[in-house]
Design a protein. Sequence first.
Length: 699
Amino acid sequence: MSYRVAMDIGGTFTDVVCYDERTGAVTAAKAPTTPEDLAEGVFAALSRAVNDPAGISFFVHGTTQGLNALLERKGARVLLLASEGGGDVYRIARGNRDRMFDLRYRKPPPLVPRQDVMEAGGRLDYLGRELVPLDEESVRRAARRARVEGFEAVAVCLLFSYADPAHEVRAGDILRAELGDDVLVVLSHEVAREWREYERTSSAVLEAYTGPVVRRYLAGIERRFAERGPAVPVHVMQSSGGLVNASYAMRRPLQTLLSGPVGGTMGGVAATRLLGRGPGVDQHERGPGVGPAPGDANQARRDNAICIDMGGTSFDVSLVVNGRPDVSAEARIEGFPVLMPIVNLHTIGAGGGSIAWTEAGALRVGPESAGAVPGPACYGRGGTRATVTDANVVLGRVDPDWFAGGLMTLDVEAAGIAIATLAGELRLDPLLLAEGICDVANAKMAQAIRTLTVEHGVEPREFALVAFGGAGPMHAAFIARELGVSEVVVPRFPGAFSAWGMLEADVRRDLTHPYFRPQDTLDGADMSGNLMRLEREVLDALSGQAVPEERRRVEHAVDLRYEGQDYTLTIPLRDAAEPAGPGFLEDIAARYAEAHTSRYGHATPEAPVEFVMLRSTGFGSFPRTSTPAPEASGGAAPDVRDVIFDGAVHRTPVLRRSGLDGELAGPAIVVEETATTVVPPGCLAAVDDNGFLLLKVNT
């Protein structure tokens, strides 16, 4: 067996990347996604990249099954079991609104209506000491109702179970005994063993709501794989940027919520490493967020990348900081808080299919999309409304005869009619309108990037822009100009880059332990002992994922806050023994003050700190799939055509990426099987040793 295969299942296409361990060759392919039976699309794409499925030695994929169920509100019917007197915690949440001055804000309706919340007697105090024994009969009543009324999942969230989960564990045993395997039972301490009752309840409900959909899908994929030959575990991308096998993902399905988009972020991490920006495989001891190695003043800038994934409907942004994915310990998805390690992603409705329209005499673009059917007018499938792709066609920035590697021939006339119709409504020249549509879309995407950078005190000009997705390279140089970014990186197979990123990811397991201690009562040896226990558990978990001992490593961190603060910042530790060493309190307080200044612009170094949570993360690495860039194949002389830039016509060569050699001055259009790269006037492009197309943007 010699093929390492990764697959990204999107709404329109299923992308697959195959790495041949014997030859080092990397191939990419795609097939239409089959929503009625995703496994069919998976194996159709697989057949285009791998001749013999029995030769697959490793398989990983990203899925948006859980996310789609949440977005479309097509998840399971959930019964929530709360502590007696706490049945309204989930509905009250954090009040009526999160954004006080947003007049259009609407609190998302709960996924569990109040009538589907039951209460169980029993109570622990905040230290986990039992005050009232668990009322087991109330748990059995909940089980009977779940069975009679056909609930697909039960979420259990009892007060202070993060301190001692004994009551939740017993409730889970009763529910599983009464309901069997047909009903998913979710215990909040297993989803997120962290304080904050509402956020923990929300996380448990989200897992219960999306879990049955994800479990059915993963079970089907594993069954079909077993039938068709590959005798290897199916791995799944997690929202944290790490991998787990499907059996674990079926037990913790919430971890797969952002499974698909996160692959692109991990591709960005691999890209920074290959470009000499990020830390190498043997440099992980620097720890997350520790920063550049001593004596390397330029390393911080070389470690940073803004990852942009522009498809037909959406635009996803994520960051690589210091060569690592930007991961948070909690996030909000569709307005619901979730406690789990998750790559910070910001998504807006901006893609090639985004529809241009008018409002009060002004031009708007998106978020409505033409989708795959009917799609943009140029697809010739009945679409008549102008889209971003139609604008690029009218401007000459797309090769209509070799779109998507020749899979489609675009209807230039239909695109022109759609643009002209909208231009008539606005009384504008069609070419001026077409460029305006692209400018509006670019401005929206640049603002989405500012949401993750400028609004958090991060300077975009200190980052490179890694552009992928079917439409990302087409708009990347213009977005970079908007932000003042001087370098754009277009990887190989940009349309399948998220799948390639999954091949570069590590197996990852995260464990937490609540640890509330004021600075003046901290016992460093006790803290180290707890971290070492977490480390053993993490290493055992990696062993259960079949990671060889020599490829395992563990990183530790602690959540800190100033006394009197409500929220925390996560500060990495050098190792589990660090808290027991001399000078630890002074050092960790200084690092917290530095992080506080970076995040909020100020700090109070003289104020005492509080320890809130211990975090241990295990990583299991696989051999990297990096290969030398393919040699330029030369080819026929480029086609030269008229392309509009800044309102002027430019005679522009259209070149195949496989034939590029040396430096290329804009304007130019570079086409390949999965994407089109636009090199505007004044920009330079060149292919590096890794096969990446590097654009130097005049800012």
